[in-house]
Design a protein around this ligand. Structure first.
Ligand SMILES: *Cc1c(COP(=O)(O)O)cnc(C)c1O
Length: 235
């Protein structure tokens, strides 16, 4: 068995354990294998081990991998999204996790209309109010939600966050609770359904699942350590 498939098996077992502890169905969590910086061969190994969801954060890097692999795979865009990249991202990705402003949402909606797609998106929340991170401020989300809901091309699956770095997984728990509670409050306030919570990475995905995550984004625990940083936000 390849190292990638062994790692995948470990991660899946941990996901199952967290679901059992939380009294959730194992099928309520999608594992997104974050393959940024890793070659196509690594993605193939994961695919052969039954992995279907992959995450990438740079379009130039993702394009060759996406075209080399079967069309049935689901690709999730998780990097910073610039408006001049939206068209390309909409053409090759299935889900965008990083809608971080009304301006970007509007741009995605317009281009989606032009090319005839209805993208699935997550609204990224700057849950820790960090200068260095993208995402809606909580107040802005309340103020702009009515406008966001009028963007009729967007299928808003839920909220996403990259919480402040913590020393251990347990210390990340309050951030995951905060994102879930924000989701619940928005659902009540606006009478809508936001079923998705994209939260949890290699170091803390089990805690995130215990707190309601539906999409965990796991890179290094599957593919190994990355040798270089990918963007200003997360290596
Ligand atoms: C790189 C990245 C991940 C995966 O991080 P790991 O710690 O390797 O699991 C998850 N989410 C985002 C947004 C990322 O940029």
């Amino acid at each position: 068995m390849s190292e990638v498939s062994e790692n995948l098996q470990q991660v899946r077992l941990k996901i199952a354990g967290a679901c059992i502890r939380a009294g959730r169905e194992v099928t309520s969590v999608d594992l997104i294998a974050v393959s940024k910086t890793f070659p196509e061969g690594a993605v193939c190994e994961a695919f052969e081990a039954g992995q279907f969801h992959f995450g990438e954060s740079k379009i130039q890097e993702a394009e060759p991998k996406i075209s080399a692999l079967p069309g049935s795979l689901q690709w999730h865009f998780i990097g910073r999204l610039q408006r001049n990249k939206v068209r390309r991202v909409l053409q090759i990705f299935d889900v965008i996790h990083v809608i971080d402003s009304f301006r970007l949402a509007l741009c995605v909606n317009e281009i989606a209309k032009e090319i005839g797609v209805f993208p699935k998106v997550f609204l990224q929340v700057n849950i820790g109010k960090e200068e260095s991170k993208g995402g809606f401020e909580i107040q802005a989300l309340y103020a702009e939600m009515e406008m966001l809901l009028k963007l009729d091309r967007l299928e808003i699956l839920g909220l996403m966050c990259i919480p402040p770095a913590t020393e251990d997984a347990e210390s990340a728990r309050p951030w995951f609770v905060a994102l879930r509670e924000l989701r619940n409050a928005l659902e009540t306030e606006f009478g809508l359904s936001l079923p998705g919570l994209s939260m949890g990475m290699s170091s803390d995905f089990e805690v995130a699942i215990e707190e309601g995550s539906t999409h965990v984004r796991v890179g290094s625990a599957i593919f190994g350590n990355r040798s270089y940083r990918v963007d200003g936000e997360l290596g």
